[in-house]
Design a protein around this ligand. Sequence first.
Ligand SMILES: *Cc1c(COP(=O)(O)O)cnc(C)c1O
Length: 243
Amino acid sequence: MTGMEGKTVSLEENIRKVRENITLAAREVGREPGEITLCAATKTQSDGTIRAAIAAGIAVCGENRVQELTAHLDADAYAGSELHFIGHLQTNKVKQVVGRVELIQSVDSLRLLEAIDRQAAALALRQNILLEINIGRESSKSGVLPEEAEALAQAALAFPNIRLRGLMAIPPVYPLGEGRRFFREMRQLYVDIKRKMAHNENDINCLSMGMSGDYMDAVREGATLVRVGTALFGAREPVFPQG
Ligand SMILES: *Cc1c(COP(=O)(O)O)cnc(C)c1O
């Protein structure tokens, strides 16, 4: 057996385990496991690993650097899965993302909304987006502050080539369980915005929160999409911060 086959076997096992945990967490709080989408965070993974994950049943991939996104798209590595952009997006890179991904999860400014709308209009499409919320008010993180979320959501609704689908957050890292209050606050923001702004049930329908260390808590608190990397692919090589 080659090393690659070994990796594929553990990838399948990891996917099964994560899905099982999502199911357990959902059942605990009386939710349907089918309401929750597993998005594989594929940063630093190779074309081969991404293809193996999709072959093993991953239906949504989330990429967080434009450079990696472009390289994997050129190699057609995401074939068979839905693609999301989950990283910080600079306005000057919007052209490389709009229309190439189903959902941009990480929109956090009016300037970025304007740039996305302009590019989507040029391509004659409507881009699905989430607003990223800096729920822990951390200076090191991107995202709009919770009290600014509603105004930015209203602004997003006014752009003809943008469709607002919901909210996303990367809460602060806390010992297991202690971060739940941030998920709860996100859920409240999401419910409020949905109640005020959604025209129908499927309009604003995505609450993206939870990663390898805390996705079960996120599901218990209402996440409809979890973004999981390490628990599927194993630990990543350290990388320099984006910039
Ligand atoms: C890397 C990443 C994840 C997944 O992180 P893990 O801890 O490896 O599961 C989720 N969301 C975003 C935005 C990421 O960049």
